[in-house]
Design a protein around this ligand. Structure first.
Ligand SMILES: Nc1nc2c(ncn2[C@@H]2O[C@H](COP(=O)(O)OP(=O)(O)O)[C@@H](O)[C@H]2O)c(=O)[nH]1
Ligand SMILES: [Mg+2]
Length: 274
């Protein structure tokens, strides 16, 4: 089938999976990242969509998205007035409607082959599937400074109290049952880099298992994260999450997953899906 017709058909049907990409001053890394993501998603046998969430970037991030050429994977822009990666991911997730939703970073530090594993697990009924650099089968190319490594160690120890059993809360590659994550995102209050911890704690608090999967992960140049500028704020965020989860009752969520519709006419076999 010609690509344009394939595009028409796919984009006219609701997506099965939507991926949120938070992006702040990413004119340098976003075009390549979006190209990789769209190429990967275009090979999936069902409709998908991408939502880029910008926080009033001072560079051409928004223009990159606005001028993105139409194709089989629609890319749309959401503007988030509240700054921070957490606020941006929350806004993006709340803008999704698909049965499955997730997010990844603009630098595509996590190899996108993990999307296949994540989808297969979601289709088999896992509600939360996250990339984990601590998984024994992960391949991690890390170029973080010693200071950042030390900070990450401390962060893991504190985060472990809030989401016991999850060994890497911070990999920017997480996929969820759509209903579950929209409920968790609606309650999410952490605007900064520690938001993953609150999001996972909320999903786990609703009785959902968190499944960690191996990833190929490469630290990409151009990180927005600065240990000097962000460490204090992150520790504060973790403290606030702890307080929030202690005082807020955790509600039970209804069974989140139902066999997905068949959006492209190909039977979606939850077990046999490649
Ligand atoms: N919209 C938005 N995205 C952000 C913000 N801070 C970080 N991000 C995005 O979060 C992702 C991860 O950021 P990155 O700088 O690569 O951090 P690192 O991988 O943890 O070193 C990238 O897609 C960033 O553009 C923010 O304040 N707003
Ligand atoms: Mg990065």
């Amino acid at each position: 089938m010609p690509l344009s017709r394939q595009g028409d058909e796919r984009t006219s049907r609701p997506p099965l999976l939507e991926i949120v990409v938070p992006a702040f001053n990413e004119e340098g890394r976003l075009p390549r990242g979006l190209m990789q993501l769209c190429a990967k998603l275009a090979r999936m046998p069902f409709p998908t969509a991408v939502i880029v969430v910008d926080n009033n970037s001072t560079d051409r991030t928004a223009e990159v998205v606005k001028t993105w050429p139409p194709g089989p994977v629609p890319v749309r822009l959401v503007q988030c007035a509240i700054s921070g990666k957490g606020a941006a991911v929350r806004a993006g997730l709340l803008g999704t409607t698909a049965p499955f939703a997730g997010f990844c970073d603009a630098d595509m530090a996590t190899d996108l082959s993990a999307v296949d594993t994540a989808l297969r697990l979601l289709l088999s009924g896992e509600p939360v599937v996250i990339g984990s650099r601590a998984h024994e089968d992960s391949v991690v190319e890390n170029r973080h400074s010693r200071v950042r490594e030390l900070g990450a160690y401390g962060f893991r120890a504190l985060a472990g109290v809030l989401v016991p059993g999850v060994s890497d809360t911070q990999c920017g590659f997480k996929f969820f049952d759509g209903v579950l994550v929209r409920e968790a995102a609606a309650a999410l209050r952490t605007p900064g880099f520690a938001f993953d911890v609150e999001l996972l704690a909320r999903c786990a608090g609703q009785g959902s298992r968190v499944r960690e999967i191996p990833v190929r992960w490469r630290d990409m140049p151009g990180s927005r994260f600065s240990p000097a500028r962000h460490t204090f704020g992150i520790v504060l965020e973790l403290g606030r999450i702890w307080l929030r989860l202690r005082v807020q009752p955790r509600t039970a969520v209804r069974p989140a997953w139902e066999p997905p519709l068949d959006p492209v006419g190909t039977p979606l076999d939850p077990v046999g899906y490649p």
